[in-house]
Design a protein around this ligand. Structure first.
Ligand SMILES: Nc1ncnc2c1ncn2[C@@H]1O[C@H](COP(=O)(O)OP(=O)(O)O)[C@@H](O)[C@H]1O
Ligand SMILES: [Mg+2]
Length: 600
């Protein structure tokens, strides 16, 4: 089976296309299967029972034919006995097969569950950059295909390929011992040609299968992306454009499927031809021997029965090889996800962050998403414990990036970020993220009820806590206006609630999370002045006694900040409180004047 390994070059760079061979896959899966030793052993015993019964069947058939042939056995009870025996064997082979499937199914499904969970956890451990680069639809299909691949691989490999090879060997021995070595030779030669043909053809058509899979996946991703952007499509009247693009993907999918099907036709007809040829030759030889009285009619029936019996799993072997090949590719894709190492990891013996006061310090921080385009340069920023620091600056200057770096979604290129003297790179990510609560610029909600979305801030919060958070975030009025109240489902990505409502839900979440450090990333940008005032009150209330970073577009919302920092070109160009900055007559004063004018 080593021939199945694909000699793909290992793409180390992105780690996403690492090749995984059969041996490695089995080694990987084995512990998951061996967890159910008892089931596996009983399943193998059932398998042996089923194979033994089916190997005895053609022999029983021969005895029936010969004893019905009265010239050999005049007694009538003999054929009846053999017929009953034959019936029992037939039932036994199916029955044991069913027992084997039931037992092994349990093992396989448990392995699928464990591997699926492992991949899911791993995906959550990968950094944000990975998820921004990959389409979610594509990943979820990789997992789905990969786990069903495990099921195929196990069922076919362990319970069809190995027993079929065993059956072929057994039949060859029976032929050689009972008749002549030639029957065994023909059988074996036919099988070898068959296997070689199957493997070569399958290898050849592998790229068509792969192309079809890829077309399948990208068509799907395209459809999901288009439907997620439903509103945008309408805004720009681009329905036709979307259909045209989708149809191009479908067209490619169709032609890939066609090539796939044609190559399958080649494979299947070739296989059928090899089997038919071998059977014809053997029946010719057997008929000749019967005529020349070297064989009984029963022998002829037995050879025929064995060949037909071989024909079934052999035909299946081709299908199995294809399926195993495909399953391996699918598992390969899934395991490649697992092999993708997380870039942002805890240092060995990282300690939990211990927030005593909440003093944040950035020293000489350089950061860039792409090497060619630096976002932050030599950024030094001191946020004293319990203070409120506002960050202002033009859109795209890197304000939200500051928030992402606090959460360690990316690692900085140079410098240091510390909380109470502990570098955020040397503490556990879990403790770091527990210490900070954020109202993000774009809040995305789960497609569940408003209440569940709020409770997400702290799944163990009491009802009273949740109600208080709802009240403090000024959501009460909105919720009571809804026919279904806080049980209202928010729609995919929270698209059924407005931006301002979403921000207030996000604020309620943050209240429940109850962290010593708070970040508000343009938290009131989608609110009208009235709600804004209310939210600012709420924010002020939560922020007392905590360190808060407020990223603001509207400067009127941050005049009370202890320190205001103006970002430009990745650097701080001005800092101070509102009145000192105004007195400096610099960029801040300029921005302030501009906004005052607009509001008039
Ligand atoms: N994941 C990313 N990869 C590459 N560039 C990014 C990424 N996220 C943001 N940027 C770029 O970094 C710059 C700063 O972004 P951001 O911090 O979101 O700006 P803002 O100050 O408006 O919050 C922007 O020009 C944006 O295009
Ligand atoms: Mg931003």
């Amino acid at each position: 089976m080593r021939g199945m390994n694909r000699p793909d070059p290992i793409a180390k760079k992105h780690g996403a296309e690492l090749s995984v061979d059969l041996k490695e896959t089995i080694t990987y899966l084995w512990p998951y299967l061996w967890q159910f030793k008892g089931h596996v052993i009983w399943a193998v015993l059932a398998l042996i029972g089923a194979k033994a019964a089916s190997l005895l069947m053609p022999w029983a058939l021969k005895e029936i034919v010969d004893s019905v042939d009265r010239s050999l056995h005049p007694e009538l009870y003999l054929p009846v006995l053999f017929i009953i025996f034959y019936g029992l064997l037939r039932f036994g082979s199916v029955f044991f097969g069913e027992i084997r499937d039931a037992l092994f199914g349990r093992v396989t499904e448990h392995a699928m569950r464990n591997v699926g969970l492992r991949v899911f956890k791993h995906l959550h451990s990968l950094e944000l950059a990975f998820h921004l680069d990959r389409a979610t639809g594509g990943i979820s299909r990789d997992i789905e295909r990969g786990t069903s691949g495990i099921s195929f691989l196990m069922r076919f490999l362990m319970f069809n390929i190995v027993p079929t090879l065993f059956e072929i060997g057994a039949v060859a021995v029976i032929f050689a011992v009972t008749f002549s070595i030639w029957y065994a030779v023909i059988t074996l030669v036919a099988v070898i040609i068959y296997i070689a043909f199957t493997i070569l053809t399958t290898e050849w058509r592998n790229r068509f299968v792969r192309e079809a899979n890829q077309a399948d996946s990208s068509t799907n991703t395209r459809a999901i992306d288009s439907l997620l952007n439903y509103e945008t499509v309408k805004y720009f009247n681009n329905e036709q454009y979307e259909s045209d693009t989708y149809d191009k993907f479908l067209e490619h999918w169709e032609s890939a499927k066609l090539k796939n099907r044609l190559s399958l036709l080649t494979l299947n007809s070739g296989q059928a031809f090899i089997i038919a040829a071998a059977m014809t030759v053997m029946m010719l030889m057997a008929a000749q021997s019967v005529i020349s009285n070297h064989m009984t009619l029963g022998d002829l029936a037995m050879i025929n029965a064995y060949m037909i019996q071989l024909f079934i799993p052999l035909n299946f072997l081709g299908f199995v090889y294809r399926e195993v090949r495909r399953s391996l590719t699918d598992i390969e894709n899934m395991l490649a996800l697992l092999k993708r190492e997380a870039k942002i990891i805890d240092t060995p013996n990282a300690k939990d962050l211990n927030v005593t006061q909440g003093h944040i310090r950035w020293s000489q921080v350089d950061f860039a998403y792409d090497k060619e385009r630096p976002i932050l340069q030599h950024l030094t920023l001191d946020i004293p414990a319990g203070s409120k620091v506002a960050i202002v600056g033009a859109s795209g200057v890197g304000k939200s990036t500051v928030a992402r770096l606090m959460y360690r979604f990316y690692d900085i290129n140079k410098g240091k970020i510390e909380i109470d003297g502990q570098s955020i790179h040397s503490v556990t990510q879990d403790s770091l993220r527990r210490a900070i609560a954020i109202v993000p610029q774009d809040t995305v909600l789960f497609n569940t009820s408003i209440r569940e979305n709020i409770a997400y801030g702290n799944p163990s919060a009491s009802d009273a806590d949740i109600n208080l958070a709802i009240k403090m975030a000024h959501l009460e009025q909105f919720i009571s206006s809804l026919p279904q109240g806080d049980k209202t489902i928010v729609g995919e990505r929270g698209l059924k609630v407005s931006g301002g409502e979403k921000q207030r839900i996000a604020i309620a979440r943050v209240l429940l999370k109850n962290s010593p450090i708070l970040i508000f990333d343009e938290a009131t940008s989608s609110l009208d002045s009235h709600s804004e005032a209310a939210i600012l009150d709420a924010m002020r209330e939560v922020a007392t006694g905590r360190t808060s970073i407020v990223i603001a577009h509207r400067l009127s919302t941050i005049i009370d900040a202890d320190k205001i920092v103006v970002l430009e070109n990745g650097q701080i160009i001005e800092q101070g409180n509102h009145s000192t900055l105004l007195a400096m007559q610099g960029r801040y004063a300029q921005m302030w004047a501009l906004q005052q004018q607009e509001e008039k």
